[in-house]
Design a protein around this ligand. Sequence first.
Ligand SMILES: Nc1ncnc2c1ncn2[C@@H]1O[C@H](COP(=O)(O)OP(=O)(O)OP(=O)(O)O)[C@@H](O)[C@H]1O
Ligand SMILES: [Mg+2]
Length: 230
Amino acid sequence: MATGLKLNNVSKVYQEGNHHVTALDDVSLSVKPGEFVAVVGPSGSGKSTFLSIAGALLQATSGVVEINGQDLSGLSAKALSNLRVQEIGFILQTSNLIPYLNVFDQLLLVKKMSGSVSKSDKTYANELLESLGLDERLKNFPDQLSGGERQRTAIARAFMNNPSMILADEPTASLDTSRSHEVVQLISKEVKSRNKAAIMVTHDERMLQYCDNVYRMEDGRLQKESPTHV
Ligand SMILES: Nc1ncnc2c1ncn2[C@@H]1O[C@H](COP(=O)(O)OP(=O)(O)OP(=O)(O)O)[C@@H](O)[C@H]1O
Ligand SMILES: [Mg+2]
């Protein structure tokens, strides 16, 4: 059952020779299904590290990470990979599209990776792409798209598997203002209508209005912003 994300006293230390960086320092947070959380904070404060750990891409140095009640420390590499495919929709700073697949096939690939592609999957892919203003671009390849179109394709791809969690690292960085609002509204709609847990790292204060809670990361420490700042 989807119960959301829980981090308890999570720290991350990057070790490089005898030099080490504490990127996360005793972070605790829970995000429930239907909750849209924003994380703001200066460059280098640990936001991407935090998202990577929340999304089971990176292991914490200490502390407990639970996704839908499952403690990640007990899972094999294979189980972690399955969990990522089935439960998590990542939207990263760069779109990371596959260069030799067109827009429509980028979405179907997600389904192929987790089983097979049905007619309703194709319908859903069409609906998603239409809602993101990409219906004219279905047959285009990534190098034929603008930066914004590539990012919107990546967002549609993240929703394709109906994951229980959405993790977005500056999803609006390459979009203009009106597209930024549209995209974040779309994430918010997905969170509310399908009861997903979502975290979005953003530098854009105008996007915070769509979020339920705002946290600030500073020097690896995460603090909830008081509601007056939201
Ligand atoms: N793989 C790594 N090895 C060593 N240090 C790292 C690694 N990844 C990140 N760091 C360091 O950890 C700290 C946090 O980095 P992180 O990328 O999480 O910050 P961020 O808040 O996402 O920054 P930005 O806003 O610029 O994306 C920084 O000091 C960074 O240099
Ligand atoms: Mg980052």
